[in-house]
Design a protein around this ligand. Sequence first.
Ligand code: FES
Length: 111
Amino acid sequence: MTRVRFLNPDGTLAAEVEAGPNVRLLEVAQRLGLPLEGTCEGAMACSTCHVLVSAADLPGLPAPSAHEEDMLDFTAHVGPTSRLSCQIWLTADLDSLEVQLPPGHANMQGR
Ligand code: FES
């Protein structure tokens, strides 16, 4: 299980939960009712699942694919630790993960 902390854009705690293994971070957020649309359901075609991973936790994740990096190039509020939550799998060896929801969640209408 992975202890996942979701932070609001202002840094306050939105939710903390134990989840996984073998579940995508996007699915965890959606089960909690957090505002990550995930419009394309993981096909890397929308970027509405964008999150900012904590700098401390980023090295523990597999590197993003070239396609994911390309999608992030067109995403609002991107930072150096931005990832698509549909591409982050909570694996058995991932103990904890903290991510922040970006300000002004991107959606297909708002981009
Ligand atoms: S759900 Fe569309 S890119 Fe992640």
